[in-house]
Design a binder for this molecule. Structure first.
Ligand SMILES: [Zn+2]
Length: 318
């Protein structure tokens, strides 16, 4: 019994041992699985890290290349800016030179013209002075490198020559100034700036409706409302070229002021001057009336330049 028991016990023990082995084996197997799985993860992690590192390196390299390119572009931009500024400065300098040449050329033309007139008027001998030789202007910067273009060089040469011309002409100009002074005063006395009669301007110069109901017409002068019989005076000094009657203008006086300037006074009731007479500005030449085609007492006043009527208000003083 005991043996059987023992046998029995041994069998059970043996069974337990086997079970324990099986458990051990199973456990070992699981451990192996776990170990294998752990190795795979590590490899994968290493691959990921490697991939990320390679990608990061590439990104960093690309970034560095971009930065270098950006620097290069910025440098080129700066150079371009410098070049633009240089070009702009050169253009400004060229414009200044051109403007100076232009100004001097005009001055010289005026002076030599004036000089010739002055000499003619003063019966002076024509100057036989030689045309001043062209002065070579050489502009250079360190190393002898020319800083002016061919055009600028030519302009500067011209400038130097014109300078000489201007100096030569200035003495003739002084003579001319004296001679012209009297002539200018004479001409300015003739300009019709004085009101021929004081009064309201009832009809301006230019297109207007006809006072006789004949539609639009051109009014070649201004109508100044004034009392019948008031004196009408010359607007400037000059010579009477007409004093008489006209079907339309009525009692009419025309004064020639020289310089192609003329004035016309119409509808006069009386004439105080005759043809060929010299008159001064402000001198009475007739009286306000309503003769000719006139609706009432007023002065019709015209200013003519080269025979063509212009707005007298352009000449009249305020
Ligand atoms: Zn009129």
């Amino acid at each position: 019994m005991h043996r059987r028991c023992t046998h029995g016990s041994s069998f059970l023990e043996a069974l337990g041992t086997i079970d324990s082995y099986r458990q051990d084996i199973s456990h070992a197997g699981r451990s192996l699985h776990v170990a294998r799985a752990a190795g795979g993860w590590r490899l994968a992690a290493a691959l990921v890290v490697l991939t990320v590192a390679v990608a990061a390196e590439q990104v960093w390299q690309a970034e560095r290349r971009n930065a270098a390119l950006r620097d290069e572009v910025a440098g080129l931009h700066a150079q371009l800016g410098d070049k633009r500024e240089l070009i702009a400065r050169q253009r400004r300098e060229m414009a200044q030179v051109a403007s100076a040449v232009d100004h001097l050329a005009r001055t010289t033309a005026t002076l030599s013209e004036g000089g010739a007139t002055a000499r003619r008027l003063a019966h002076m001998q024509e100057s036989h002075a030689e045309t001043p030789a062209l002065v070579k202007v050489a502009a250079s910067l360190d190393g002898g490198m020319s800083v002016v273009s061919e055009d600028a060089g030519r302009a500067l040469e011209q400038l130097a020559w014109l300078d000489g011309q201007a100096a030569a002409a200035s003495d003739s100009f002084a003579v001319l100034t004296v001679l012209l002074k009297d002539r200018v005063a004479e001409v300015s006395r003739g300009v019709p700036t004085l009101w021929p009669v004081r009064g309201l301007v009832t009809s301006p110069f230019g297109a207007r409706m006809s006072p006789y109901g004949e539609g639009r017409e051109m009014h070649p002068g201004i109508d100044i409302s004034a009392r019948y019989g008031l004196p009408v005076t010359a607007a400037g000094s000059g010579e009477v070229t007409f004093a008489g009657r006209d079907p339309g203008y009525g009692g009419l006086v025309i004064v020639d002021h020289g310089g192609q300037l003329g004035t016309l006074y119409a509808h006069l009731s009386a004439l105080y001057v005759r043809e060929g007479q010299r008159v001064r500005g402000g001198q009475a030449i007739g009286a306000v009336g309503a003769t000719g085609r006139a609706t009432g007492a007023h002065l019709h006043y015209e200013v003519r330049v080269n025979g063509a009527p212009v707005d007298p208000r352009r000449y009249l003083m305020k």
